[in-house]
Design a binder for this molecule. Structure first.
Ligand SMILES: NC(=O)c1ccc[n+]([C@@H]2O[C@H](COP(=O)([O-])OP(=O)(O)OC[C@H]3O[C@@H](n4cnc5c(N)ncnc54)[C@H](O)[C@@H]3O)[C@@H](O)[C@H]2O)c1
Length: 291
């Protein structure tokens, strides 16, 4: 397996995976529309076009897929609209790019000649929604959304449905319910479901990687929707104050880009199919008060 197509290969994660695979002498093709939201200069394109077969194209366009998949052994599908907040008001665009374009990839693989034997999908922790909580009366529970009326008066905790006690957040494990709470999260879950179902019918091996919050060099600082670290570092570099939402006690699992590249490489070269892995450190970082 030597010819690899990376959609979104000019992005933060895709470009890091591309560099690693190039160093291992894979032949890399990139399909990326160099979205102006992410790419405020063309440095990454100038750098990668020398070492890859770079299609500036759109995953929403059938012809672009047909051109890009020629002679590919595997597809690493990363191109996406990635802003959880933005997804709540740019619903049609998000669902087109994240879901319909994934369906288009599978349609092209179903209805044209190709050699693709493996698809790796970059999915997200977002599919778990709010994760796991403990309730005094009911044990482990999986709350969905907080109520607007509570948020308006500064009540950020989830409350038990059977009493007035607060739910206590506990580490979310892989037994957690899948409960997406944004359009982006629904999109990522739909991508997983489409790929796992259709690729099986096509005898194409699949691996889904649910990334936690990825950080490291190459992260776009110009995209306000790609992760808290780029938002905070941009604010700090501009000498502005950081707004703390809610109580500042929200926690996230942050994983360094090199570890995500390693996980992706292991998944790409693994022969099992239909597996879903969480890619994180298992360590909770709180935004402000304890780290
Ligand atoms: N970065 C994270 O913390 C994180 C966490 C969980 C999941 N993910 C997932 O990993 C994948 C990669 O994320 P990233 O952080 O590298 O994002 P990114 O925004 O840096 O890269 C996405 C790339 O996709 C390209 N793109 C966007 N729309 C396109 C279209 N219609 N056609 C072609 N190319 C298009 C953009 O130009 C960009 O280069 C995404 O699918 C994202 O949902 C990322």
């Amino acid at each position: 397996m030597k010819n690899i197509l990376i959609t979104g290969g000019a992005g933060f994660i895709g470009s890091a995976i591309a560099e690693r695979l190039i160093s291992l002498e894979y032949n890399i093709t990139i399909l990326d529309n160099l979205s102006s939201k992410i790419h405020n200069n063309r440095n990454i394109y100038d750098k990668l076009k020398k070492k890859t077969n770079f299609f500036i194209g759109d995953i929403n366009v059938r012809k672009d897929w047909e051109n890009a998949i020629l002679d590919q052994d595997a597809i690493i599908h990363l191109a996406a609209e990635t802003g959880t907040g933005e997804s709540m008001y740019d619903i049609y665009n998000y669902t087109n790019t994240n879901v319909s374009a994934t369906a288009l990839m599978l349609d092209v693989l179903t209805n044209s000649q190709h050699k693709v034997k493996k698809i790796l999908l970059g999915s997200s922790r977002a599919v778990y929604g709010e994760g796991m909580y403990k309730c005094k009366e009911q044990g482990v529970v999986f709350p969905s959304c907080r109520k607007n009326k509570d948020l308006k008066v500064g009540v950020y905790d989830f409350m038990s449905q059977s009493s007035s006690s607060k739910l206590i957040p506990i580490p979310t494990n892989e037994e957690s319910h899948i409960l997406p709470t944004s359009v982006y999260a629904i999109n990522k879950l739909n991508q997983e479901q489409l790929i796992l179902l259709v690729a099986k019918n096509l005898n194409i091996n699949t691996t889904v990687l649910r990334f936690q919050n990825v950080f490291g060099p190459g992260q776009s600082l110009s995209n306000p929707y790609t992760g808290i670290l780029s938002i905070f570092s941009t604010i700090i570099l501009n000498n502005n104050n950081i707004d703390v939402y809610e109580d500042g006690l929200q926690s996230r699992d942050f994983i360094y880009i090199d570890d995500v590249v390693e996980a992706s490489y292991l998944a790409l070269t693994d022969n099992d199919s239909g597996e879903v892995f969480n890619v994180g450190t298992g360590i909770a970082s709180k935004c402000f008060r304890c780290c």
